[in-house]
Write a protein of this length. Structure first.
Length: 299
């Protein structure tokens, strides 16, 4: 799932202590680094974004501004997630939450959401669910953060085999005309169908989710939707389609540095390719795995 669209860094203003309150001041260096970091994320340059958000965070700490620290840390965590480094994102999110706690400042929903996503990607479903719950509880009128938290809880429920939790998340998410959230709803719909054994419904919903992810340039979500389609095709006995879909999902994950997902999907493509008599997919998956082990392309 991409976070760049909802983890905005806010402008930072502060007033002095003179008898006549001056006009709000802004640290231009901090604001410039924050804006540049956000732009780098939007342009799909997460390494650059992490560097710029790191500079913004250092400046925010020099300024001793809790709000700016929270905003810059959230941006840095988002950049680390986008470059396939969930452990680093988790360290940033947790350290910042502790730091804010010492000041009796609540962590923003977006920071808790970044922590939840990092935990989910690291396989800590219980921790991810708890962090997503914190995000939902503190979202207030931030509808985007609330929807993302609900979606993540649905993914966690699916990973746990919790069909009731998955159905509840799908129902809570509702419908939305917005592309990203519409894709979230279709993905949960696909997972719900898959859990119920409706492989045709799962393939159709996952295909719709993939199209919406592509339009939104959410390529991590696109790979995930392709993998759901692959699993549905596999269960339907369509090995040829499953192998191709897993190969496509694994390629995308590998390009983004998501090694665990890439390895899992590429190995599935290799296995299914052998079963379905598709040596070209076996060879392509093997080449991708070699490239992955060698370091591959990283953004």
């Amino acid at each position: 799932m991409r976070l760049a669209g909802i983890l905005a860094v806010l402008a930072v203003a502060a007033c002095g202590g003179s008898a006549v309150p001056p006009a709000p001041s802004q640290d231009e260096t901090l604001a410039r680094n924050a804006r540049a970091g956000r732009l780098a994320l939007e342009l799909d340059r997460p390494i650059e974004a992490a560097r710029l958000y790191g500079q913004a965070l250092a400046r925010a700490r020099e300024r001793d501004d809790a709000e700016a620290i929270a905003d810059a840390a959230t941006g840095l965590a988002a950049a680390e997630l986008d470059r396939g480094r969930p452990r680093e994102a988790l360290e940033v999110a947790r350290a910042t939450r502790v730091e804010l706690g010492r000041r009796a400042v609540p962590a923003p929903a977006a920071l808790s959401l970044a922590e939840a996503v990092a935990l989910y990607r690291l396989g800590d479903n219980a921790g991810a669910s708890a962090a997503a719950g914190r995000a939902a509880d503190t979202a207030g009128d931030d509808v985007d953060a609330l929807r993302r938290a609900i979606f993540l809880r649905g993914l966690v429920a699916a990973a746990r085999g919790d069909r009731d939790g998955l159905a509840s998340a799908r129902q809570s998410l509702g419908t939305s005309p917005e592309g990203a959230f519409q894709a979230d709803a279709r993905e949960l719909e696909a997972l719900t169908a898959l859990a119920a054994g409706d492989v045709t419904g799962a393939r159709d919903a996952a295909a719709a989710a993939a199209e919406a992810r592509r339009d939104a340039m959410d390529y991590r979500g696109l790979s995930r939707a392709l993998a759901i389609q692959a699993e549905a095709a596999h269960r339907a006995g369509d090995g040829a389609a499953a192998a191709d879909l897993w190969l496509r999902a694994g390629r995308g994950a590998s390009r983004r540095g998501e090694d665990a997902e890439a390895r899992r999907w590429l190995m599935a493509a290799q296995t299914e390719g052998r079963r379905s008599g598709q040596p070209e997919i076996v060879d392509a998956a093997r080449a991708e795995l070699r490239d992955l082990e060698a370091g591959g392309d990283r953004r």
